[in-house]
Design a protein. Structure first.
Length: 440
């Protein structure tokens, strides 16, 4: 059964702490295995990459057959229904529209000393996109990662996807086509991350790696960070629903299970101020579970990591939410907007009774790649900002340099960096400090 906690119970703080410490998302064994794979791919390149692919995906990979070509794409598109293609295109258009509105402006101005200052934004040249494959395939993840990258101006977008026995679901290739992915390789796991980071004879390295994966992929991203950039270390999915008793319990149950069905380690939590409503939702979860094809996964998630938290008011709910910093937050109360203003930490906020988290997973617009495991306290969901970087601009005239040079000289000599000081003073023709002394 899911954990049930009330803010009125004497040991509430301790119970809440225990509840949110239940998931252990990594082991030392994973780290050791991944280190070996990365070192091997870095050392032996294609030879190691193909060997791991044969071992883990049962695919007799060669340098020639790991890359998806135009014929493969055409065959995949022919297998997709018109309804799927239309849905992919609508989703891509909405993601692109939202992403374009996020693009920042360059800055260029001259301050009161005559120094030109500003910054320019530029796109990352090459980005690797990891996409889960096999029994779980997510064309939506292709769109949510690839479309913002292309809107940002990334010129080379490389998709890596595991292909058990060499097969890829047509929907993945269709989504990649719609999103404008440039290269696709049938490679998965930590070995795919290593190839993107260090390159092989067949696969050129990239500058940043994005996209979700299993524990081995997440650990590989962690280990190659510094060689390349990464988006985040993603853990199992999470949803927190704050709901009052005016909701349909079946709706809330479905929302909770929408994340529980992802993974046995996923976490679904309800916060409400009504005990009877909490019981109704719990009952609805049990009824709905019996109808789900992935009920075994969803049930394990709900029973081991699911939770129902009873509060006395919505201020308590907001405070608990900010401690949890959930990946997904649904606010299904009378004045969702007002309550949302008290939320500081959440990956994405879904406002109102008619905004299920699933709409954000597919077609709302913002990327569904979001911070998990309380990392929403300090990070944000994937966006165009992950695919661009900022260069500062500084330009001095002779006059503006003279106005600032002595201050820079004092700071440089204080730090004992004489060449720094010299590079300023050698250009100096007057001293603001000397003038200040004359004025006295």
């Amino acid at each position: 059964m899911p954990t049930k906690i009330s803010s009125t119970q004497a040991d509430f703080e301790a119970a809440l702490t225990r509840f949110f410490a239940t998931r252990d998302e990594g082991t030392n064994e994973v780290g050791h295995v991944v280190t070996g794979i990365i070192t091997d791919v870095r050392t032996r390149g294609d030879e190691a990459l193909l060997a791991y692919t044969k071992k883990f995906d049962r695919f007799d990979a060669t340098p020639e057959n790991i890359k998806v070509d135009a014929k493969d794409i055409a065959n995949a598109l022919a297998l997709c229904s018109p309804e799927l293609m239309k849905s992919l295109k609508v989703a891509a258009q909405r993601i692109a529209d939202y992403s374009r509105r996020q693009l920042p402006q360059d800055l260029d101005y001259t301050d009161d000393k005559g120094v030109r200052l500003g910054h320019r934004w530029s796109a990352i040249d090459a980005v690797g996109l990891y996409v889960p494959g096999g029994t779980a395939f997510y064309p939506s993840s292709v769109l949510m990662n690839a479309v913002p990258a292309k809107v940002a101006g990334v010129s080379r977008l490389v998709m890596m996807v595991p292909s058990p026995e060499g097969a890829l679901h047509p929907a993945l290739l269709a989504a990649a086509h719609v999103a404008g992915v440039d290269e696709i390789y049938k490679i998965g796991g930590a070995q795919a991350v290593a190839a993107l980071a260090y390159g092989t004879k067949t696969i050129a390295p990239v500058d940043k790696i994005v996209g979700p994966g299993n524990a081995y992929v997440a650990e590989a991203k962690r280990q190659v960070f510094g060689q390349v950039g990464i988006d985040m270390i993603a853990g199992p999915s999470e949803i927190l629903v704050i709901a009052d008793n005016q909701n349909n319990p079946d709706w809330i149950a479905a929302d909770l299970l929408s994340q529980a069905e992802h993974d046995t380690l996923a976490q679904s939590v309800l916060i409400t101020n009504d005990s009877a409503f909490a019981d109704a939702v719990a009952a609805a979860v049990e009824t709905t579970l019996k109808t789900l094809p992935r009920q075994d996964i969803a049930r394990k998630s709900w029973e081991k990591f699911g939770g129902i938290i009873l509060v006395q008011n919505w201020d308590e709910a907001a405070a608990i939410c900010n401690r949890i910093a959930p990946e997904h937050l649904e606010i299904a109360v009378k004045d969702a907007d007002a309550l949302s203003k008290n939320i500081r930490h959440a990956g994405a906020i879904f406002l109102g009774r008619h905004t299920p988290e699933a709409i954000g997973d597919y077609v709302a617009g913002p990327s569904h790649v979001l911070p998990t495991s309380r990392t929403a306290r300090f990070s944000s969901g994937l966006s165009v900002f992950d695919f661009i970087k900022r260069s500062s601009i500084i330009g001095c005239t002779e006059q503006s340099l003279q106005a600032l040079s002595d201050y820079a000289h004092v700071l440089a000599t204080t730090e004992g960096l004489d060449a720094h000081a010299l590079s300023v003073s050698i250009r100096r023709t007057s001293s603001p400090f000397a003038k200040a002394s004359e004025d006295k």
